[in-house]
Design a protein. Structure first.
Ligand code: AMP
Ligand code: MG
Length: 324
């Protein structure tokens, strides 16, 4: 199958109208989507990504008025979150309507909903004129794509169309919040920090990594964000020696005794978030088997970056032990 890359939301939407998958840009990462009410096409998303079927999808809407087609707003704090953060990188988990097929929610009675804040992505959703179920447009387990070329690298030949909207400006996935209980609970850290959400709903909390294991958000258990290289998280102490062929990304300069083939010192935590996944892919393209990543402090976006680093390191630990 040939994969067309287009800048036109209207052109991309014609593929959806023909019952075919399209990858599209959002401010977090690129997604690969199908109409939320088309279970047959949604199953294709799981096939092309190799995504486990117990990992539910986020439904993307182009306008707030479409929320009620998919889910209900169960309480006042959810309304406050939606008013404050839609459109934006926040996903709310709410009770679903009967119209949502099981394949979207992995059989759960809740659904995850988000309204992206990206001009091209929004124009596409509006042109499709339906809510779109969409996971990130990478092969399952790999780093999320933040450019059309990263989508092409993973899904080229598997999907017919990629809509180009430039580099995703956040670069990390949305914050996922469970809105079904007495107060909101962050299930996945992301672009909005706990503190930002607490400014709107002070009772908002975040589950610990341990609690997550027994919890409602099935997808968080699967292998995630792993490039074809070993990710080493540097936390507090620099490793005594660096591997010869390696990359480094972080908020601090490398100490003078350390050398890497590819070094990216980020100006701020936003840049770190924006470039992390594409840095992984760049190291991969250059054949660098080890990637050192300096753990940022956990304020603001730092929490989401640290979460992605920990998961990427855990998922790539096998590669390093196999290489030894
Ligand atoms: P992805 O689209 O790959 O970035 O992943 C979507 C995230 O949303 C995963 O962490 C899912 O587990 C989570 N998610 C989607 N639907 C639900 C739901 N109904 N309840 C809890 N978590 C969900
Ligand atoms: Mg994903």
């Amino acid at each position: 199958m040939e994969t067309l890359v287009t800048d036109s939301p209207a052109h991309a939407a014609t593929f959806v109208a023909d019952g075919r998958l399209v990858a599209f840009p959002t401010e977090t990462v690129y997604g690969v989507g199908a109409p939320a009410f088309n279970p047959h096409l949604i199953r294709r998303i799981f096939d092309v990504k190799g995504r486990p079927s117990d990992n539910p999808l986020i439904v993307h809407i182009g306008r707030k008025a479409d929320f009620g087609l998919i889910g209900s707003i169960p309480n006042d704090y959810t309304k406050a979150l939606v008013d404050a953060f839609f459109p934006g990188p926040l996903t709310v988990v709410v009770p679903r309507t009967g119209a949502v097929p099981d394949v979207v929610t992995a059989g759960l009675d809740t659904v995850a909903i988000r309204m992206p804040d990206h001009p091209v992505g929004r124009a596409f959703l509006l042109a499709c004129d339906t809510p779109m179920a969409a996971p990130s447009a990478n092969l399952s387990g790999r780093p999320s794509p933040t450019t059309w070329s990263a989508v092409l690298q993973d899904l080229g030949g598997r999907i017919p169309c990629i809509l180009n909207g430039g580099r995703s400006k956040v670069g990390l996935e949305s914050t996922v919040v469970d809105c079904t209980g007495d107060s909101p609970v962050i299930l996945r850290s992301g672009a909005y920090s706990l503190r930002e959400l607490q400014k709107v709903v002070p009772t908002c909390t975040q589950v610990s990594q341990d609690e997550l294991t027994s919890l409602k958000s099935p997808g968080v258990h699967h292998k995630h964000y792993a490039p074809n290289a070993t990710v080493v998280v540097v936390n507090g102490e620099w490793p005594p020696a660096f591997e010869r062929k390696s990359g480094y990304i972080g908020l601090e300069q490398l100490p003078p005794d350390k050398e890497c083939d590819l070094v990216h010192v980020c100006a701020d935590v936003e840049e770190y978030g924006r470039l992390l996944f594409s840095f992984f892919r760049e190291c991969e393209d250059r054949g660098l088997p080890t990637i050192y990543c300096l753990k940022p402090s956990l304020d603001g976006l730092g929490m989401a970056i640290a979460d992605r680093l920990t998961r990427a390191a855990a998922a790539t630990a096998d590669i390093s032990s196999a290489a030894r």
